[in-house]
Design a binder for this molecule. Structure first.
Ligand code: TYD
Length: 209
């Protein structure tokens, strides 16, 4: 099995229904073909505790959670995932592809809900002991298109107003433009093969070196 020293940590971000899981599956296939170990995970979730927290939070169609409590649940799931799965995998030299990570909390809980950004940044650092993705792919899509793709809302977050989802989208754009060295912005309206090719040409160098 090939290894990358220190591993490679990739995260996929964007609104609901932008195609993150499809992209994650195709990347998994192509990177595995390159002889590397690939770990796929998602947030919230990816561990026994994380999946229970996911159900506790998103199992409901009605919003019954306080905004700060919601943030802390995402962070608890993130702490467990980082220590139990992500860090050991990176130490083994694997590629970790995570569907959402710390940036989701900034996009949703700061830009969406209005919790102060510096509080979320500090809590993210504590939860992950400073672990940062090497590359983050932003799949950018008009939330009304994402909602149509997803069909009926599955959880209370998807039932938030279009204004909320537009703020999340703009928040992501702001984050991505602020740190172009880490983020790759992809127009998620494009065909999935085109999206894959764009992302693969961005990543191939890091995977083959
Ligand atoms: P999920 O079903 O995984 O949605 P998606 O397929 O769009 O990723 O549900 C995760 C939801 O939780 C999604 O609406 C985004 C939200 N979320 C936050 O608000 N903050 C966070 O820190 C994370 C990780 C997710």
């Amino acid at each position: 099995m090939n290894k990358i020293v220190g591993g490679l940590f990739l995260t996929l971000e964007g609104g609901d229904g932008v195609g993150k899981s499809t992209l994650q599956r195709s990347l998994n296939q192509r990177i595995s073909e390159a002889g590397l170990e690939v770990i796929m995970c998602r947030e919230p979730g990816g561990t026994i505790l994380g999946e229970k927290l996911r159900d506790a939070l998103l199992g409901s169609k009605k919003k019954e959670v306080d905004a700060l409590a919601e943030l802390l649940v995402f962070l608890a799931a993130r702490t467990q995932l980082s220590t139990e799965i992500i860090k050991p995998a990176l130490e083994r030299g694997a590629v970790v592809i995570c569907d959402r990570f710390a940036d989701s909390s900034i996009a949703y809980q700061h830009y969406g809900r209005g919790i102060e950004k510096s509080i979320i940044e500090d809590l993210n650092t504590i939860a992950t002991t400073g672990l940062m993705p090497d590359r983050t792919i932003l799949l950018d899509l008009d939330p009304s298109v994402g909602a149509k793709r997803k069909g009926q809302a599955q959880d209370y977050m998807e039932q938030e107003t279009i204004d909320f989802h537009n703020r999340v989208r703009e928040g992501y754009m702001y984050l991505a433009r602020e740190s172009p060295g880490r983020w790759l912005i992809v127009d998620a309206l494009q065909n999935e093969d085109v999206i894959f090719d764009l992302v693969w040409s961005d990543l191939a160098q890091r995977i083959k070196d």
